[in-house]
Design a protein around this ligand. Sequence first.
Ligand SMILES: *Cc1c(COP(=O)(O)O)cnc(C)c1O
Length: 496
Amino acid sequence: MELLYRSTRSVDAPAVTASQAILKGLADDGGLFVPERIPALSVSLEELSKMTYQEVAYEVMKLFLTDFTEEELKDCINKAYDSKFDTEDIVELVKADKAYYIELFHGATIAFKDMALSILPRFMTVAAKKNNVSKDIVILTATSGDTGKAALAGFADVEGTKIIVFYPKNGVSMIQELQMVTQKGANTHVIGITGNFDDAQSGVKAIFGDAELKAELDAKGFQFSSANSINIGRLVPQIVYYVYSYAKLLAEGEIQSGEKINIVVPTGNFGNILAAFYAKNMGLPVGKLICASNDNKVLFDFFETGCYDKNREFILTTSPSMDILISSNLERLIYRIAGDDAAKNKELMAALTAGGKYSITDDMKAKLVDFCGGYATEKETADTIKAIYEDTGYVLDTHTAVAASVYKAYVAKTGDETKTVIASTASPYKFARSVMTAIDEKYDAMKDFDLIDELTKLSGVEIPNAVKEIREAEILHKTVCDPADMKKEVLKFLGV
Ligand SMILES: *Cc1c(COP(=O)(O)O)cnc(C)c1O
């Protein structure tokens, strides 16, 4: 059955196909595209438990991307999930300290963003052909550190595309920055901004919403799209690994068919946990969705009070990919709990833009029962890394440690013994300094690359290629700009 997509902010704009939604990224009215309904899984959990990652991916994606043919979709899947991943299973499930960690960081850039960004460029190419788009697609991306590199790796040298990435100059880890500024490919452009992630994201959204600029670029043969999780083409691939993890637990006899599991997700822009929510709505047996934040706990406060308020200090933490005060994808959930009411959602988003906050109604709040918010301080995060390493030998990255810490507090508070999957979103190598100093302060005196060597000794995990590569690589991108000059930089790179 065909599935169309609507904007979260428009009551009367016509619905678009999946490929059109992927090409556009953001709707013209500034809203996010959402599917008109969440399709139900069309194969049983038992059948899924016998499938490979690629096969599960097809079963999930075909229900959402209904204007892609079977051949197109399978081709995208098989080329995305291949030997770029350092494990044949694509994701690994590791049991440690009573939880199951789904390691989503086995792709080319060692963060979970690879799960979606290795396939998004392929979706775009197919979608452009399908819609007879002959213009160059310009991918504009704001990154808190991990999306940038994963998008660059996915789009580098992809014909008919250009990619521009904005990152907070002082808000990412050394490894994250080096990964981005050493990116090769004539169609790539990386710019540091003297602001934080929210500044980068707002700047990108403003460029998207600039009608005059759009017309100008149109005439010059360019069309913008997004690789951020506001693009539905990022969200759909993220549903897959929740279904796959459940199927794998079932295959390994860790759970009974139909048994509910809880899912904990270290959250920033709310894309990853929204994908888990969609998986639950497809019929996956999921109990609680536990949303873990760091000190930027705007989501925790929202789940507690029903009031979303970004008027607070932006805190730089050791889990920089979650240093976000405007979680864009929450809008898709707001739209949903408002009863797919675009007018209501638009009103709340206008309040967010104007005054930095909004409150949902009691009716809407009642629909959030599946969710539970928690947060971990910097100390709790570091203590969790140390404790889990000392107890089990397993080394978590800082983001995953936020989730592990929140999960522990959740169990202590509720006594809920439901089997639980924790989304492990980055390799500890990406945040080696924070991880190693959490384990022992003595490491703070060491150079970054020496810490990498220490981490491999300590964890027994081989140094990933993504890290080996940047040790010697040349720095190719040196531009830094003020957030107010982002548009100027875009025009300069495009030669307009
Ligand atoms: C992006 C990212 C997150 C946050 O994911 P969202 O989908 O933005 O909520 C968490 N951890 C890591 C390592 C990330 O790169």
